[in-house]
Design a protein. Structure first.
Length: 355
């Protein structure tokens, strides 16, 4: 296991590589070319420059999150082959620069969804939160407006202004797409990219849909054990793998997280580990990473990763906003640093306990 932190690049992130380098036990970053659009080819030069910048800080790139998938691929429209060709070119360029992990998602229209970006917790920290009641009361096409005031001036992943500007068009593209069609389109995409993944040893790690159910009537498929195992079987190649995100699968309390991890042995290439606190099954908020602050047993999650011999990168996920930090909601420095340290502590105890 390698402990990492997500970093959006010096132009977009409020957290610096120098700060990340000083979190004990963090050796790598998970990063991206944040200003590229889905469907665009990532040039080898830009990837090399990013790599160099990270290396100069004493860290390295442990993986990319995300290379986003164009909606033509998700909907299977006639231009999908052109966009898959572009995706393959990006993978080739990443491979040539010795990058072997790519996180992506297959969520229609919206990436992860929250209804509040700054809910105040009893300790005065603020966190991302979700209630189904709020989603049901919202007009999806105005979803972004409802949270835009709380982004602290940052651009949030999946909620880029260019994307939100064409939201109506996006909804139209998905009107004939159901779960089965989405599965089919995912299979088509994976079958086309597997040869390049095999050539450059690139692990593809699909991120679950968050929350793990359909929102706004859109199909969502990466939501539970049965579906993710179906996906693993439908393109049965070790490079077709998973980002195990406890906070996303965990939105559905019926998902048994340690059991899911064990069932995905060999196919988890990346893990996002965080806790949630449920106030009711349809109202949750993002707690501190510590087990006692939320609903999940974080020891059992780390233990399951250890038991399956997981060797990939882990990152603490959305942190609370604490100590008056002003940053991208979920992606400040302080609480994620506490999370990394806590998860490293659990890991050390598990490793030593197993001796
Ligand atoms: C949110 C993230 C997601 C994730 C993408 C992966 O904070 O976990 O935006 O990066 O879904 O493609």
């Amino acid at each position: 296991m390698e402990m990492t932190l997500r970093w959006y690049g010096s132009k977009f992130d409020t957290v610096t590589l120098k700060q990340i380098r000083q979190i004990p036990g963090v050796t790598g970053v998970i990063t991206t070319l944040y200003d590229t659009q889905p469907g665009e080819v990532w040039s080898r030069e830009r990837i090399a420059a990013l790599k160099e910048e990270v290396a100069a800080s004493g860290l390295h790139i442990s993986g990319i999150e995300s290379v986003n998938i164009h909606d033509a691929i998700k909907t299977g429209s006639p231009e999908r082959d052109m966009y898959i060709d572009n995706y393959i070119e990006t993978l080739e360029n990443l491979g040539k620069e010795d990058i072997h992990l790519v996180c992506y998602n297959f969520m229609p229209v919206f990436d992860w969804t929250r209804t509040e970006l700054a809910r105040v917790r009893p300790d005065g920290s603020t966190v991302l939160a979700y209630t189904q009641e709020a989603v049901d009361a919202l007009d999806p096409e105005n979803m972004f407006e409802s949270i835009a005031g709380d982004t602290n001036g940052t651009i949030m992943p999946g909620w880029e202004p260019e994307r939100m500007a064409k939201i109506k068009e996006l909804f139209d593209m998905y009107k004939d797409i159901d779960d089965e069609k989405l599965f089919e389109n995912l299979k088509y995409f994976l079958e086309r990219i597997m040869p390049v993944c095999n050539k450059y040893d690139i692990n593809m790690a699909i991120h679950p849909d968050d929350p793990a159910w359909s929102v706004f009537g859109l199909p969502r498929i990466i939501i539970n054990k049965a579906n993710i195992l179906r996906m693993m079987a439908m393109v049965d190649d070790p490079h077709n793998g998973v980002t195990f995100c406890s906070g996303s699968y965990g939105t559905n309390l019926e998902n048994d997280l340690p059991d899911m991890i064990r069932s995905l042995k060999g196919r988890i290439h990346f893990a996002h580990v965080r806790n949630l606190k449920f106030n009711s099954p349809t109202d949750f908020e993002e707690a501190a990473h510590l087990s006692t602050d939320g609903t999940f047993d974080m020891y059992e999650i780390m233990k399951a990763l250890y038991d399956i011999g997981f060797e990939g990168p882990v990152r603490p996920d959305h942190g609370r906003m604490i100590w008056d930090e002003v940053a991208m909601p979920g992606y400040g420095l302080y609480d994620r640093a506490l999370g990394a340290t806590y998860l490293n502590g659990l890991w050390e105890a598990i490793v030593k306990g197993a001796r």
